[in-house]
Design a protein around this ligand. Sequence first.
Ligand code: IMP
Length: 424
Amino acid sequence: MPATILVGAQWGDEGKGKATDLLADEMDYVVRYQGGNNAGHTVLAGDQLLKLHLVPSGILYPHIVSVIGDGVVVDPAVLLEEMDELESRGIDVSSLLISGNAHLVMPYHLELDRVTERHLGRQQLGTTKRGIGPAYADKAARIGLRVQDLVDEKIFRQKLDVVLKEKNLVLSKVYNRLPLEGETIVERYMDHGRRLAPHIADTSAVLSRALREGKRVLLEGAQGTMLDLDHGTYPFVTSSNPVAGGALTGSGLGPREVDRVIGVTKAYVTRVGAGPFPSEERGEIGETLVRRGNEFGTTTGRRRRCGWFDAVLLRYAARINGFTELFLTKLDVLSGFSPIKVCVAYQVDGERVEDVPFHQSAFHRAQPVYEEAEGWREEIDGCTSFGDLPPAARSYVDRISDLGGVPVRSVSIGPSRAQTLSAP
Ligand code: IMP
C-alpha cells in the first residue's frame, strides 16, 4: 500500500492540520518528518482546543499510530509537556513512536537562536526562537545529540562534554552570556530519557513493515514549500526540508512507496517572519484578511503578513513537490472582497516572468502581475456541497486548478470537518 505525503504549498500555516484530520479516518500511521516545535496546529481534544507543536495530530485517533520521524528535531521537555497535556484530557499516548535518529534540541540551541537573531540586527530572520536552526546546524556539523542518546548516559555525557565546551565559549566570549552547566543538562535529559524510552524506536523499519502489510501511512509536513531550506526563499526559511523529498529522508521510506502528494494551499497567502512576499497587501485589504482569517501564529502569536493568492508560487510548489492534488483552505475568508486579485506572473525589472526568479535579488524586486476575478458577497461557510457555492467562488477554485496545473480536490470553508467540500 503506497504512502501519501501532505505538504504546505506556501509559507506554512496553510491549514495542514485540518487536511490531516480529514485524512485520519483512512490512515493507520501519521508521521511528522521534519521541523520541531516551531510548527503548531490547533486541535479539538475532547471539547477543548489544544495547541500541539510536536505530537502529530493523528494522536487524537485511537486507531492511528503517531510517529515522530528521523528528520524531526525534538525538544524532549516540550514533547513530554504535550504528552502530559493530552493524557490529562484522557487521550492515550502510549502508541506514540519517536525515531532514535531524530536530533535533540538542547538548551544551548535555544540560547543561541535568541542571541544570534539579536546579533543579526536588521537582517533578522524572525525565527520562532525554538532552537531549530542551531539544532539542525549541529546535525549537519555532526556534533548533534540524538533521541537514542537519551537512553545511554555514558554516550550522552561524552558527546555533551565535547560540544558544551565549544558552545559555552561561544555563548560567553562571543555573545557575553553565562555558560551552561553540563551536569544540570545531563540530569534533566536523562530524566526525559527515562520517560521517553518506551516510545523510542526504529521508525523507518516500523513504517516499511506497515506498508508491506497493507497499512496506510500519511507523511505530514510542517511549515511549507517556500520555507524549505533548499527550495524556499533562502535565507528566510526554516532549517529543514518540508518539501515532498524531505518526507522520504525524514521518514526513511523510498520514493516508490509514495503515490499521492497533496498540496495544501490557502485561497490567499500568508507568511510570518521576514523575507520576500510579492503579493503582500500592507493596507486595508491585508488588515481585512488578518481579521477575517484570524491570521495570528499558533506558536508565537505573531500577526501574519497577508496578500492575494499567488499562482506563480503554486506552480513552483507543484513542480518541486510533484503534487497530485490540491486541498484549498479558507475560501470563506474571501467572501465580500470584490474584485479578488490573483497574482499570475511577476514583473521583474520591466520584464514579465512566469516562474519564481532563481536569483534572490530578483525575487525581492518581483512585482505582482494581477488578474482580477469576480468576487461574491454572501458568506459561504454554511454551504454543504461544491454546487452550493456562488458561481464566482466556483470559478475561483477552477481558476486555481488551471493556473497551478493541479486539480483542487477539496475546498475548506471553515474550521469544522463538515465545512469541507469535494470539488468535482
Ligand atoms: P525557525 O524555523 O524557527 O528557524 O524560523 C525560520 C522561519 O520559518 C521564520 O520566518 C519563521 O517565522 C518561519 N516558520 C517556522 N515555523 C513555521 C510555521 O510552522 N509556520 C509558519 N512559519 C514558520
